[in-house]
Design a protein around this ligand. Structure first.
Ligand SMILES: *Cc1c(COP(=O)(O)O)cnc(C)c1O
Length: 381
């Protein structure tokens, strides 16, 4: 059915329970299902393979990402891990220098050891990507916007390049959410989400998802997930399904509040630089405008003339923004990237990635904007 996004967010994959008429998809807390005769079962056999609560979520996320097939995972990392399991020794992956830390760790400390080769280049330059692609390249893996500098890659341009070179493109769409950006429509082969973030939306569940168009790729991924078992339990899926229903409303509020905050920070005497893709001064604003419907709830900033101690002191003053890892929940969070999300990088790597001591990242929540602005204002004093 062709409905609009907000209708799909509430109804796709979900219809009243055929057994009881329950309007909301029940938590099917069962590991196994009765068979009519040995080996003769319907859609459900064993919950590592399929579970009705999980199927509802998978069908919903597939529709929201404009794909055919959805797969849910126990975490975002389990989703990426399953993509990497499709590779064999000698295969290569091209990714960007400012990759999510956990993904980089998975590539460098797990899959490199298994004979997979990874290249990291600047994704704002197509020629850098082209230069490292060869006959062994199987995946291009990108994030847009990136963490924490919110750089935007030209997904359609990179998808075209991937097609020309006969490699697949996977997009980690966690920072945008399907409400703001649909990479499959821009030519990507696969979309990945840390459902933990905007889709779950309430900081109460760890979960991941993949969405694809191609049936063979789907069958492969489903096979590897079932083989290694990184599935979410039905209670977590229920929370994700509950969260996803309000994704459009929450994203509108996140974007509205982030815009106000970015505007307030931009040009403030205590601020050296603001990173938000919606600002005209943002280096990738034009591409962002082309491929995103709005610019998201993440805002990063450099504090002017502030050493680490000054930044820490300022963070302590915050009353609404909570100092914590993660993002995308209804509550506002602040992160000191250099000591938190990116702490494992060496000083040289931090400098190369632009992770300086005076950089903080805000996950702007959906609280009242006047209260948030007041909190930010006294934080900057
Ligand atoms: C959080 C995150 C992940 C990992 O997801 P988990 O649910 O924590 O496993 C991957 N990519 C990005 C961009 C993320 O923010």
């Amino acid at each position: 059915m062709k409905y609009k996004f907000a209708t799909h967010a509430i109804h796709a994959g979900q219809s009243p329970d055929p057994y009881s008429g329950a309007v909301i998809t029940p938590i099917y807390q069962t590991s196994t299902y009765e068979q009519e005769s040995p080996g003769n079962y319907g859609q459900y056999n064993y919950s590592r393979m399929t579970n009705p609560t999980r199927t509802a979520f998978e069908d919903c996320i597939a529709v929201l990402e404009k794909g055919k097939y959805g797969l849910a995972f126990s975490s975002g990392m389990a989703a990426i891990d399953t993509v990497m399991r499709t590779l064999k020794p000698g295969d290569e992956v091209v990714s960007s220098t400012d990759l999510y830390g956990g993904t980089r760790k998975l590539f460098e400390e797990v899959y490199k050891r298994n004979g997979i080769r990874f290249h990291y280049v600047d994704f704002s330059k197509l020629e850098e990507i082209t230069a490292v692609i060869n006959e062994n390249t199987r995946w291009i893996w990108l994030e847009s916007p990136t963490n924490p500098l919110l750089k935007i890659s030209d997904i359609a341009g990179i998808a075209k390049l991937a097609r020309q070179k006969g490699t697949k493109l996977g997009v980690d769409n966690t920072f945008a959410s399907p409400y703001l950006q649909n990479p499959l429509e821009l030519g990507a082969d696969l979309v990945m989400h840390s459902v933990t973030k905007f889709i779950g939306g309430h900081s109460d569940v760890i979960m991941g998802a993949l969405v694809v168009q191609d049936e063979d790729l789907y069958e492969d991924l489903k096979f590897y997930r079932n083989a290694s078992g990184g599935i979410p339990g039905p209670q977590d899926v229920f929370l994700a399904l509950r969260g996803i229903k309000t994704l459009p409303l929450r994203m509108q509020a996140h974007c509205r509040n982030a815009q106000e905050i970015a505007g307030f920070l931009d040009g403030h005497p205590a601020v050296e630089k603001v990173f938000w893709p919606g600002l005209e001064s943002h280096e990738n604003h034009t591409v962002a405008k082309q491929q995103m419907r709005d610019f998201g709830g993440m805002v990063s900033l450099l504090l002017k003339d502030a050493d680490k101690e000054t930044v820490f002191r300022k963070i302590e003053k915050l009353k609404i923004f909570t100092l914590a890892e993660s993002l995308g929940g209804v509550e506002s969070l602040i992160n000191h990237s250099s000591s938190m999300t990116h702490v494992s990088l060496s000083d040289a790597e931090k400098e190369k990635a632009g992770i300086s001591e005076n950089l903080v990242r805000l996950s702007v929540g959906i609280e009242d904007i006047e209260d948030l602005l007041q909190d930010i204002s006294q934080f900057l004093e």
